[in-house]
Design a protein around this ligand. Structure first.
Ligand SMILES: [Zn+2]
Length: 177
């Protein structure tokens, strides 16, 4: 069987590491997700991370109370698709890298945006056991498979560790105080 993916492992790892760096910009205290969309010619077309819409304040209460946070947050993949629309970047036929498996709402958007391939990082074991998540993610991958969008997880051994990403984030914070 021929490899359905556009890039070799080297480029898949590079772009996923880039998505990991973007994830560090999220202000979410518990889950930080990054996404980039690139063209088959390896041009970066769009990027996004999970967060509130422009103009919605990142208050401590909203960031730490799930009942306040979840209804307001835009997921990384959704932001990447929307940012492309806003910026006039053509992502039809693009390849999407995201640092977590897409939820079914983002999966629908990714399909409608014309994304041709998806690379993601598997959830940590702690997150895998959140009630309902496994079923919700199964719907995403059912849809990807039904429409024929190749998708695969990148092995964590090639990617930044949580400790490395925390260190990058700490370095960024030094400049924002
Ligand atoms: Zn989502």
């Amino acid at each position: 069987m021929s490899n359905p993916f556009t890039f070799d492992d080297k480029w898949n790892i590079r772009f996923m590491q880039q998505a990991q760096i973007i994830s560090t910009w999220s202000k979410d205290p518990s889950t930080r997700v990054g996404c980039i969309i690139v063209s088959p010619e390896r041009f970066v077309l769009s990027e996004g991370y999970n967060g509130f819409p422009h103009g919605i304040a990142d208050t401590y209460e909203r960031l730490h109370d799930r009942d306040l946070k979840y209804p307001r947050v835009v997921h990384a993949e959704a932001n990447a698709v929307i940012n492309a629309g806003r910026n006039g970047a053509k992502i039809d036929g693009g390849i999407l890298f995201v640092t977590a498996p897409p939820c079914y709402d983002c999966a629908k958007m990714i399909i409608q945006a014309g994304i041709h391939e998806i690379l993601y990082i598997n959830l940590d074991n702690s997150k895998k056991n959140v009630p309902g998540w496994r079923e919700k993610l199964a719907i995403s991958f059912d849809m990807f498979n039904e429409v024929g969008i190749p998708n695969k997880a990148i092995s964590k051994k090639y990617l930044f560790t949580k400790a490395q990403l925390d260190a990058i984030r700490n370095k960024q914070m030094m400049n924002t105080k």
